[in-house]
Write a protein that binds this ligand. Structure first.
Ligand SMILES: Cc1cc2nc3c(=O)[nH]c(=O)nc-3n(C[C@H](O)[C@H](O)[C@H](O)COP(=O)(O)OP(=O)(O)OC[C@H]3O[C@@H](n4cnc5c(N)ncnc54)[C@H](O)[C@@H]3O)c2cc1C
Ligand SMILES: NC(=O)c1ccc[n+]([C@@H]2O[C@H](COP(=O)([O-])OP(=O)(O)OC[C@H]3O[C@@H](n4cnc5c(N)ncnc54)[C@H](O)[C@@H]3O)[C@@H](O)[C@H]2O)c1
Length: 434
């Protein structure tokens, strides 16, 4: 029986990062993957989404400057854009696997199943290891309603060969907003159907509602407090049905959350406990079997399910396995961005001793490209240090990283005035934002 120091299940950003760390430290490491190498983020998540959003941003920039240097602006050509996206996604799996092999990591394709707390079987071959890391991520969850087989997922959306004329998206989280923004820029009529009136629940409500308004101004229609009961097929159309509500469209995308990939692994044979949010772990990311760890999206903790979080946890667990640390995991500040157009970003505390909330639409940073709406909200503590921020603008993604550093360094207004940042940029406004 082949024996490894560590076997990792799942070759996403989390699993591969751990594999490189452990193999780089001299361990004999195997990674088992049952689908595309590289995982969700580069194959069917962050990266393809960002390629599509890139085209939306280019179009929106021209629309903003219509009559100010630009004339008629065409819709994004979906078919061409999809082909461009594929130049990023097509090579990912092979190159991720090759990279691992080149680094001396054993790569195994197939469906792993635990046969004991020390052994896993794949394609009828049994492998043993001192430690295991479960890094199997999440997959889309589908609403449990009549006709749920008629729902498409974000993965299906990102690979559509043609963008239909009418698109309905159920849910109002990250995925719903990002896909709505993309479909809208191709000229599709987009509907967002949500079961309550709290879109993007984790974000400042006023800012989330301002983003709704910006999308409505572009023609996206939001239907709040609609509890979907059925997705019926009628000819070429799909009808979303709820109490006193029907909506017909060409496709219906379910974006109502994701579920952990904990089934099919026979985790009970290894004594690993799970709940509906994923693998249950302690503060060292150890499961109920102390030799089996879990990282990334599959972990049942409140940590945001994001690529940099999976990478951070991978590095932490590698250090635990290599006996470089015995401390509990301590996640740093985690900035998050909804890649719409404009973008919505948030980091840190949302309440404090002082809040400076400004509409900065008319500031040069935003007015020179005629942005329709830009807002910045900074939260300070009783020592006037920056402790949190919410941003809505096209510059929000870069500015949120700068603010994350400012919070980590406990910067005050006075500290900010002592810095020189390139002008004119969103960063050089910082001293006027506090
Ligand atoms: C549409 C979309 C957009 C996103 N955009 C962003 C973004 O902009 N920024 C951001 O930070 N995050 C984003 N995310 C989230 C990000 O993709 C995840 O947080 C990240 O991929 C988690 O990494 P992971 O390694 O934990 O899991 P994954 O990347 O999901 O990798 C898990 C791997 O395990 C494999 N696997 C599953 N089950 C098994 C099994 N039984 N046996 C073997 N292998 C298995 C899977 O095939 C996969 O390759 C997005 C997600 C989606 C869906
Ligand atoms: N930019 C990014 O960083 C990014 C982008 C996409 C995804 N992600 C990650 O992927 C995760 C999954 O994204 P998501 O958008 O699927 O999940 P989410 O949890 O962000 O949003 C799910 C939404 O569906 C709603 N919902 C639940 N049941 C519903 C129902 N019956 N009818 C209508 N709406 C319903 C929820 O209220 C919520 O608004 C995110 O939490 C995030 O961790 C991150």
């Amino acid at each position: 029986m082949e024996k490894f120091d560590t076997i990792i299940i799942g070759a996403g950003p989390g699993g591969l990062a751990a594999a490189y760390d452990l193999s780089g430290a001299g361990q004999n490491v195997a990674v088992i993957e049952n689908n595309l190498w590289g995982g969700t983020c580069p194959n069917r998540g962050c990266d393809p989404k960002k390629v599509l959003i890139g085209a939306v941003e280019a179009r929106d920039r021209m629309v903003q400057l219509q009559g100010k240097g630009f004339g008629d602006v065409p819709y994004v050509n979906w078919t061409d854009l999809e082909k461009f996206k594929e130049t990023f996604t097509d090579p990912v799996s092979d190159s991720s696997k090759k990279g691992a092999i080149d680094a001396g990591i054993t790569t195994i394709d197939g469906e792993p199943k635990f046969v004991s707390d020390k052994e896993v079987s794949v394609n009828e071959v049994t492998y043993q290891a001192d430690h295991f890391i479960i890094a199997t991520g999440q997959r889309p969850s589908y609403l449990d309603v009549k006709g749920k087989e008629n729902l498409l997922s974000s993965t299906d959306f990102l690979s559509l060969k043609q963008m239909p004329k009418e698109v309905t998206i159920i849910g109002a989280g990250y995925i719903a907003f990002e896909l709505a923004t993309i479909a809208n820029a191709t000229g599709a009529k987009v509907h967002v159907v949500h079961h309550n009136d709290h879109p993007l629940k984790a974000f400042n409500e006023k800012y989330a509602l301002e983003l709704v308004k910006q999308l409505e101004n572009k023609g996206v229609e939001f239907h709040f407090n609609i509890d979907t009961k059925e997705i019926a097929k009628s000819g070429d159309k799909f009808i979303l049905k709820a109490d006193n509500f029907e909506l017909s469209s060409d496709i219906v995308i379910g974006a109502t959350g994701r579920i952990p990939n904990v089934d099919y692994l026979d985790l009970d044979k290894a004594g690993v406990k799970v709940d509906r949010h994923g693998v249950v772990v302690n503060k060292q990311l150890q499961s109920s079997n102390e030799r089996i760890f879990a990282i990334g999206d599959v972990v049942s903790t409140k940590a945001p399910k994001l690529t940099p979080v999976a990478g951070f946890e991978a590095s932490y667990v590698s250090d635990v396995i290599l006996q470089k640390t015995t401390s509990d995991i301590k996640l740093p500040l985690i900035p998050t961005v909804v890649y719409g157009s404009p973008k919505l970003a948030q980091v840190g505390e949302q309440t404090g001793s002082k809040v400076v909330d400004q509409d900065v639409t008319k500031w040069f940073t935003y007015s020179h490209t005629n942005e329709p709406k830009a807002k910045v909200r900074i939260v300070l503590n009783d020592q006037s240090q920056i402790i949190g921020a919410t941003l809505l603008s096209n510059e929000a993604d870069s500015l949120i990283n700068l603010l994350t550093k400012a919070i980590e360094q406990k910067m005050t207004h006075e500290d900010v005035t002592k810095e020189i940042l390139a002008y004119p940029t969103a960063g050089s406004d910082l001293e006027y934002l506090i």
